[in-house]
Design a binder for this molecule. Structure first.
Ligand SMILES: [Zn+2]
Length: 262
């Protein structure tokens, strides 16, 4: 096999330490000694839906991350950074906190309610740069609060709680992890039973049912876990819209859970 022609160079990173990169002729990085911060982070221009302030938010190029593993409740781990830290945009002026997929058109009454109940009590802070664990938690908690004030859909509130749960898991903060896991289950159940899940941009219903079963299992609510896994399999295993890979994952996990409960 012909050895690849390599170009080796040293770059000064944003954090002022040197990294050596090796690229092949196509510019593809195939060997990296550590990842330079400015290779995975970028700034995105954001406009606040409440006060129209323009600001820049730090985001992560997910394609640059090395996936390590995925937990059975779909929490994904990466070697170089935690992308969940940057899911939420926090307006530095009014505090409104929202994800990139936020689309709700806010009425004047909703904006007014938000400004009076949140902004009026909010201590201005800038969460637009790189985030610590505490800042990432703050951004998600703010998003949860804002979402409840403006009437965000249950499925979106569930997603915020699940991310909080995952952040606490990474730090082995079990009490907090369970607290937000429980909240996520509550929101997912409401979303599934009351709202129907027809929006293509949202999580597929079979995955919601799977997650309710899985999270209940993790919480020790075995009866509920059985109920939701049974529902996932009876309702979706013959549904042509459900990916085979997803259904296999659900069935495999159901086998493991049944074994664990014996
Ligand atoms: Zn704002």
């Amino acid at each position: 096999m012909q050895p690849l022609k390599r170009e080796q160079y040293v770059q000064k990173s944003a954090l002022s330490f040197d990294r050596v990169y090796i690229k092949d002729m196509g510019g593809h990085v195939f060997s990296i000694r550590g990842i330079e911060m400015n290779e995975i982070y970028y700034n995105k221009k954001i406009t606040c839906p409440v006060c129209s302030t323009h600001f820049k938010g730090t985001k992560i190029k997910k394609s640059m991350l090395h996936h390590i593993k995925t937990d059975t409740d779909l929490c994904r781990y990466f070697k170089d950074a935690n992308p969940y830290y940057y899911d939420i945009n926090v307006c530095p002026e009014c505090g409104f906190s929202f994800s990139d997929s936020f689309e709700k058109k806010l009425s004047t009454a909703e904006i007014d309610k938000f400004l009076k109940s949140i902004t009026a009590h909010w201590k201005k802070q800038d969460l637009c740069g790189e985030r610590s664990f505490e800042q990432a938690v703050d951004s998600l908690k703010m998003a949860l609060l804002c979402g409840q004030v403006i009437g965000l859909k249950e499925i979106n509130l569930a997603g915020i709680c699940l991310r909080l749960c995952w952040l606490y898991r990474e730090k082995s903060m079990t009490e907090e992890e369970k607290r937000f896991m429980k909240a996520a289950v509550g929101f997912y159940e409401k979303a599934y039973e009351m709202q129907g899940l027809n929006d293509e941009k949202e999580m597929r219903p079979e995955l919601v049912v799977y997650l309710i079963g899985e999270l209940n299992f993790r919480l020790g609510n075995f009866k509920d876990s059985v109920k939701w896994f049974n529902l996932a399999i009876s309702r979706y295993s013959r549904d042509p819209a459900v990916k085979k890979q997803t259904m296999n994952m659900i069935k495999d996990r159901w086998m493991e859970i049944k074994d664990a409960m014996k």
